[in-house]
Write a protein that binds this ligand. Sequence first.
Ligand SMILES: Cc1ncc(COP(=O)(O)O)c(C=O)c1O
Length: 376
Amino acid sequence: MEKEPLLMLPGPVPMPERVRAAMMRQAINHRGKEFSGVYADCVRILKTAFGTENDLFVISGSGTASMEAAVGNFGRGRKIACLVNGKFGERLYKISQRYGSAIEIGSEWGTPLDLGKLEKALSEGAEMITLVHNETSAGIRNPAEKVGRLARKYDALFVMDGITSIAGDLVKSDAWGVDVAVVGSQKCLAAPAGLSALSVSNRAWERMTEPRPYYLDLAAYRKSASAKLMETPYTPAVPLFLALREACLILEEEGLPARIERHHRMAEAVRAAAKTWGLSLFPRIDSDHAYSNTATAIRLPEGVEDAEFRATIKNMGIEIAGGQDHLKGKIFRIGSMGAVGAPEILATLAAVQYALKKHGYNPKGCGVIAAAEVLG
Ligand SMILES: Cc1ncc(COP(=O)(O)O)c(C=O)c1O
């Protein structure tokens, strides 16, 4: 029997049937009333998930496109302090190097950021900060609110990658002083890959830098969005917008607080399983940093070979992620984003528990039951 694999990755994630169906239709004119309504619905609902009343745009391009739009429109020539404790913080640092004068404030992947060093960089003239709120590569949630306070204290712009936190974890962009926040479609929104969205504060608009990018010129996005019929400057990925609108409506129906609570419980269930197996979570957290509520990174036990371990799980129809870059073979990651609930989590944990045993690690206890106790 041909069966779709269950993607328990930190994105892309399974899409509800309604989201898939929304894409399957005849083309529509992106300069017409219907598209304008689709775009407006996405913006309205995403603003709630971002916790913002600022302008918000949907970009035809994955999360990285919006990360680049943020730095490219507001950071050219600027001194940019980049907080790095994982792959995506590093990506924002690399983007910042292309546009401005980037200062890396790095910690080992999955370990706490040094906000003292950030404050020093700000006192020495850094004008922009980049932060990944939920560092998916290491399963750690970084202290966005504290970083926002420092940004305000030193009057710096604050760019926050919320790609895997927005719509799955609590984000309060305006209250935290985030000037530009970014989300990706294929993560907690459970929409198809290929779109991202970003919000822009008035402070950021007042500090646009020149020359601006062409395709990702946010002034052009603003002009098109404020036209009588809301639109995008260039032809958007219309089928993806249709699907994103449906995903946003589902979010609205569930309600943001309930959705966040569901994500928290699923991640807690995965953490309970890891603990019961006797495995350690990868990140080192402190009072400012927390375990991610959307992607759990677990240390692979000594002797278990990553590729074989995950192949066994894949043979059972479930895909989980390995580590990236230097963490390859050292950790595995289970995504708990989007439309998934107890059935998917419990099936995944049962497959992982089996694969651990098969590949040489004897779990100390039954993680599936521990997870069920959290979910039940
Ligand atoms: C935190 C974070 N930032 C950025 C990205 C990059 O997004 P994309 O692959 O959609 O360009 C990802 C993707 O996994 C991510 O998890």
